[in-house]
Structures are given as C-alpha cells and as structure tokens.
Ligand binder design. Structure first.
Ligand SMILES: [Zn+2]
Length: 376
C-alpha cells in the first residue's frame, strides 16, 4: 500500500455523537486521539462504521465508563476543525536549525531539522506522511543540500509515521536500539482491532538501521550533532544536541505545558534523565525543542520535571490512604488540578495517567521489553 494513503486511512473522520452530547457531527482525527485517549481504543471496535464513528448513548454502552469517555471525546472534538495552512509552524531556533511545531494536532507531534555544511539532518517524522512531505518541501525551499539522516527520538507512531518520506529522499534512519525492536510491533496498540489498514501500515514503517546504544556523533562538516540516550518516556529515547547552536531536540522527554503520556513510561527513569538534562554545562543558555508544545527554555524543563514529581507525590499520598480505582483518581487529581489545570490535555490526560503512575509505584506496570545492548 502507498505510504501516502496512511494518513487518509485514519487522519480524519466524522464523529456522530448521541443526542445527549449536542447532536451535531463534528470532525476529528482519530490518530491523535488513539494516542492520547485510551478510551477511544475501547470504543472503536464496536462503533466504527467505515470512516465514521457512531457513538451510542451512554446507557446502551457495554464499555466501562463510557459516559466519561463520551464527554471527554466531545470536548476533544469541539476544537478539532482543521485549520488552513501547513500542519506545523516552522520556527528558526538558531542559524540553520528549525523546530516544526505541530498545529492543531495536524502533524501529530513536533519535529525539526538541522542544516549543516554538507547536508541536512531531520529529527522525527510526524504522525502523518503528508506532514512529513510538507516538512521536506520546507527544507527544499531553504537548502539544496542532501537530506542525510533522519533521527527518530523514540518509536511512537506520532514521531515516525513519515519515515518513508525521508528515506525516499535519501536519508539514513537512526534510532535508539529499542526503536528498531518496537516500531513495527508496539505501535499496534494505538489502533483498534478493526483498523486493519492502519495496523498493516504500522508493520511497514521503515525502521532505523543505524542503531544507538548510548551515544553517537554526527558531523555535518563543521557542525556536530550529539545523540544521547535519555530514557524515561519510553525505554528507547534519544535527545539530539547541537552544541554550536545550543539547541537540544528532546522528543517526548519534554512536553511543554502539556500533560504527557505515560503509556510506556518509567517515571523514575524519566526524572533522572530530566535531572541530567538540567545539570548539563550552560543548561540555561540552551533552547529545548519538545515533542509536544511550543519551543521551551530550561525553566520549562524544570516545570515539566515538577509535574512528574507532583504526579508521583499525589498518587503516593492517595495510595497511602488506601485509595484504589476511581477513588484513587478522585483523591490524586485535585492537587494536580490546582497547579496544572491550564496545561494542554489536562482535562482528560491527567486522570488517565494516574493509574499508570500508581502501577509504576506498585511495581506492577508493564512496559515494552527492550533489547540487550550490544556494547554494554
Ligand atoms: Zn511519545
């Protein structure tokens, strides 16, 4: 199947809401919601009809907590009308270095690129190949230099679905060792069993063939890129440091004022990676390109780290009182809401992540198993 049909297969669809929820069909994009809202995965198998999703009234649902899911979905879809223009905003963060910041979830995540003396390196390839094509066109307008490498900061579908676009343009694909292990398998969990086309396409996303255990240096003439393992969001995260320009592409290690997904996270490891990032020499002078949200500063990195610490503390306090299930969410949410209610995705993300945090603290969380390092 043509990679170009990937986005068309699941990017946009019509969500038909039951009467209780305002009635009017609204447009949305299932891909991002599949990533960001685990509820839709539960709903999807029963309620997808062709390109539309028809959601039942809450009382008819066989899905646990569907009334909650419906209200969350309604809120999520209200602002989802596609905006005109490119799916990202290109921001020059240093000479020859650009962040491509997602617009209205149309790219699915942030990406970026570095123009060196003798070639271009791209960091991440978005959730939709159309967005990757648009980024490639933007690069071509800026420089005739060859596209030499595409770095995947981690395996999640919203950072790798455009890999084929850059591979066709001549880029070698680079990722942490575990990205190669998970890119064509673990991404299946973001799609429902009846999304056969999407699942088939996940299996064919080009995988990195240049694999990094801990560190790798790329030279683009006089410009140097340092790739460093920084796990926590997944077990296979890389950051990309451009020392001469004081820019760090952080992938989903950083979500700026945005409640992060913990689906594959180990927060204790994540916290250690964030602390190491903040301890780097001259950390305050760097610009940080996050995986989600606007271009960030060191203060934003610190704020994000405090969110994870506050989440962990709130969950620990609630479980210490014996709370479980819905009671745990109800007990842990208020202290987070007091500080982070204005963050993107707080409304439905924070409650969703609390049980995942609790599972990690209880030692019961399952995350994808990584490959052993070949050069320990
Ligand atoms: Zn991610």
């Amino acid at each position: 199947m043509e990679p170009g049909s990937f986005a068309g297969a699941f990017q946009r669809f019509k969500l038909i809401l039951p009467d209780e929820l305002h009635g009017d069909p609204v447009l949305g994009r299932v891909g991002k919601l599949a990533m960001s809202n685990s509820y839709i995965m539960a709903i999807g198998a029963d309620h997808r009809q062709g390109d539309n999703w028809v959601l039942p009234p809450p009382e008819e649902s066989r899905v646990i907590r569907i009334s909650v899911a419906l209200s969350l979905l309604a809120a999520a879809f209200q602002g989802a009308t596609p905006a005109p223009g490119p799916p990202f905003t290109l921001k020059q963060v240093a000479p020859g270095i650009y962040a491509a910041i997602d617009r209205d979830t149309r790219a699915g995540a942030n990406a970026g690129f570095v123009i060196g003396d003798d070639g271009v390196v791209i960091v991440d390839s978005f959730q939709f190949p159309e967005a990757a094509e648009s980024l490639l066109a933007a690069i071509r307008r800026l420089t005739p230099l060859p596209v030499r490498y595409l770095i995947n900061t981690h395996y999640h579908i919203d950072h790798v679905a455009g890999n084929a676009v850059f591979q066709r343009a001549g880029a070698r694909l680079i990722g942490q060792r575990n990205v190669a292990a998970w890119i064509n398998t673990e991404n299946l969990k973001f799609f429902t069993v009846d999304q056969a086309r999407e699942r088939a396409l996940v299996a064919t996303i080009p995988s990195p063939d240049l694999l990094v255990d801990q560190r790798l240096t790329i030279r683009l003439g006089g410009r140097r890129l340092e790739l460093e393992a920084a796990p926590g969001h997944t077990g296979g995260d890389l950051i990309v440091v451009v020392p001469d320009a004081r820019v760090i592409f952080c992938g989903d290690l950083i979500w700026r004022r945005w409640v992060p997904s913990l689906i594959d996270a180990t927060v204790s490891t994540w916290t250690a990676s964030l602390e190491a990032l903040q301890r780097r020499p001259d950390a305050a002078t760097f610009t940080y390109v996050p995986g989600q949200g606007e271009v960030a500063t060191l203060a934003d990195v610190g704020e994000f780290g405090r969110y994870l610490a506050d989440l962990s503390a709130a969950v620990l306090a609630a479980t210490g009182l014996g709370a479980t299930g819905d009671d745990l969410v109800a007990a842990a949410l208020p202290p987070l809401k007091a500080k982070y209610a204005g963050w993107t995705e707080f409304e439905h993300g924070a409650a969703r992540e609390i049980p995942l945090m609790a599972a990690e603290l209880a030692g019961t969380k399952r995350v994808p198993r990584g490959l052993p390092a070949e050069h320990p």
